[in-house]
Design a binder for this molecule. Structure first.
Ligand code: DHB
Ligand code: MG
Length: 598
């Protein structure tokens, strides 16, 4: 499988983009014309650099407004094209992308367009150049790949073929199955992009919101399977116009892009089975169905452990050789780490996921270029493999049995009178520039599935939230994207949190309050509104009000929850899920955000 990336995906100048693509392991690039025009280097220098970096120059693009025009306009098209063909010879590029006409087309006639593409193809042939015709989703007359293929078929010239771009096809809801009817030798190029489900004009959607495969809502594995079944053997090239990637580190973006192609190839090979051909596979790993632990970096005096004690955790002992303490409650294991000058503000430093087999999980993460994390390990201690997620939180694939013996006090006796508990979800706050990357990271590395995005209004802006979850719901990882502005009080509301599921939240919170816990205060107006929305008994609402419990109900069941105060950058949530309730009480989030902002 050859991989390629359009220079438009990356920030920086052309040379910087080329270094980034090479460093991330791409085989080639598509040169986006404005990048070349703005570059101080000559075409010959760019060609030499590509050679030196081991990058092939796969495509020059875009050539606009070529077909469907009158004869006078077409004379200008030929003139313009010839200049580009000469330039491409200097660059050593033999494939040019021709977009369907959006501006100058006046003739809605396949015969005319085909005739003009044929004449352009004849001119290109003289320069040993081929043309890949792409139907833009907003083309004046040609906006459907099936029509662009009909025109190419009519043009009937060996130097004229189609370029398929997943965005233009899937954004319009066109069925990609008919790609299989296009002869492989006529598919000159393939561009891949994902996108979030948005209802907006398709041009703005394309120019600002494209994403790498695995980050959006399109079914790219199914799309690529059609292209592979057609017999396409050219490079898989990414073409992602995205406002964030245009302004973030190009090396990091290029690695993210390469990760997305490796994930996509593997998923597509799954769909194709015996027909997968040369698509490379990843070590197979089932999604984890439980959290193994959460590690909080916190000095012993920070107050986090006071909270844990109030919540009813048992002290599970000190680590044999490190400044690390374990707290347990049922199946919940929280590790407080005070090593190496912990930051004053406690924060979630690592999350352990209980995967069936840690070795292949670590191999898979490495194949997806997840940056490894090296922790100090002493003789006789389990060396756990960990990786850094895009926001810096370390991800472990681990099993408590392998490491819990390193804590004196051993496995803590679990107080049965408080019932069992488990980690329900871990909410990780994402910086604005790594949100999409995080979705891809958890999708590809841990095989978690992104759920539909939600937006919650907070006092200082909208919080976008996307939950990554395992098939049976044992692991839920809400990723929250914060508003970009920072108002006073934001820090509290935008801390990360660990939610603990218990069976009798009323009893647990009542006991915790006896031990001194002060849950986040919920305003009286909230309970008046609850009474209006749900037919709840007065007694029940009085209990909720007394204990500052929040409530939600849907067709699947009920959700009762409450929050602790925030310590540094972390707080805890207690939850009780009744029946099959699968949400997070999203309607209550604005109340929490306002209360936390104080
Ligand atoms: O947005 C555009 O104009 C544009 C240009 C070239 C492409 O390949 C494409 O998919 C879109
Ligand atoms: Mg394209």
């Amino acid at each position: 499988m050859r991989t390629s990336i359009a220079t438009v995906c990356l920030s920086g100048g052309l040379v910087q983009k080329m270094y980034a693509a090479a460093e991330a392991g791409f085989d080639g690039i598509e040169i986006f014309e404005p990048d070349l025009v703005a570059a101080p280097q000559s075409p010959e220098e760019i060609r030499a650099l590509a050679d030196r970096l081991g990058l092939s120059l796969d495509l020059y693009q875009p050539f606009r407004d070529a077909e469907g025009v009158d004869e006078e306009a077409f004379a200008d098209v030929l003139h313009r094209a010839e200049a580009k063909f000469r330039l491409m010879r200097r660059l050593g590029i033999d494939l040019m992308l021709v977009c369907s006409n959006v501006g100058t087309a006046t003739l809605d006639d396949d015969e005319v367009s085909a005739g003009q593409l044929r004449r352009l193809g004849e001119l290109a042939a003289a320069y040993d150049i081929r043309l890949a015709y792409e139907a833009l989703a907003w083309g004046r007359f040609v906006d459907d790949y099936r029509r662009s293929w009909r025109i190419v078929e009519l043009a009937d010239h060996p130097n004229v073929g189609v370029c398929l771009d997943s965005f233009h096809i899937l954004s319009r809801g066109h069925d990609p199955k008919q790609i299989e009817e296009i002869p492989a030798e006529k598919i000159f190029f393939l561009q891949l992009a994902d996108a979030p489900a948005l209802s907006m004009d398709v041009l703005s959607w394309s120019r600002h919101h494209r994403l790498f495969p695995g980050e959006g809502s399109f079914d790219l594995p199914a799309f690529l399977a059609h292209v592979q079944r057609a017999g396409y053997a050219g490079p898989l090239s990414l073409e992602v116009f995205n406002d964030t990637f245009r302004q973030t580190d190009p090396v990091r973006t290029a690695r993210q892009a390469q990760r997305s192609l490796r994930w996509l190839a593997d998923r597509t090979a799954d769909l194709l089975g015996d027909e997968a051909g040369p698509l490379p596979r990843l070590p197979e790993v089932a999604a984890p169905e439980a959290f193994d632990f959460v590690e909080i970096k916190a000095p012993e005096t920070s107050g986090v452990e006071v909270l844990l004690e109030q919540l009813g955790f048992d002290f599970g002992g000190r680590h044999r050789s490190k400044q690390v303490r374990l707290w347990t409650w049922g199946e919940v294991r929280i590790v407080c780490n005070d090593q190496g000058g912990s930051p004053a503000a406690p924060r979630i430093a690592a999350v352990g996921f209980d995967v069936a087999d840690s070795e292949p999980a670590a191999e898979r993460a490495a194949a997806l270029m997840a940056p490894p994390v090296h922790r100090r390990t002493y003789a006789g201690e389990q060396a756990l493999r960990a990786f850094s997620s895009p926001d810096g939180t370390e991800v472990f694939c681990s099993h408590a049995e392998d490491w819990i013996g390193e804590f004196d006090g051993g496995v803590a006796g679990t107080s049965t009178e408080r019932g069992s508990a488990r980690i329900d979800h871990v909410n990780l706050v994402q910086p604005w520039h790594s949100f999409d990357e995080a979705v891809l990271f958890y999708t590809s590395v841990l095989s978690l599935t992104p759920q539909p995005t939600q937006e919650v209004a907070g006092p200082s802006g909208l919080v976008r939230s996307q939950v990554m979850s395992s098939p049976a719901g044992g692991v839920r990882l809400p990723l929250n994207l914060l508003p970009t502005g920072q108002l006073a009080g934001d820090e509290q509301a935008h801390a990360q949190h660990v939610a603990l599921a218990c069976q009798d939240i009323v009893g647990v919170v009542a006991a915790a309050r006896e031990r001194g816990l002060r849950p986040l205060k919920v305003p009286g107006n909230y309970y008046d509104d609850l009474v209006a929305r749900f037919r709840l008994s007065e007694d029940f609402v009085a209990t909720l009000r007394e204990l500052d419990l929040l409530y939600d109900r849907d067709a699947d069941g009920e959700y009762l929850h409450c929050y602790t105060e925030t310590v540094g950058e972390v707080f805890f949530e207690l939850v009780e899920r009744r029946e099959r309730y699968d949400g997070f009480g999203a309607g209550n989030a604005p109340v929490r955000l306002v209360s936390q902002a104080g």
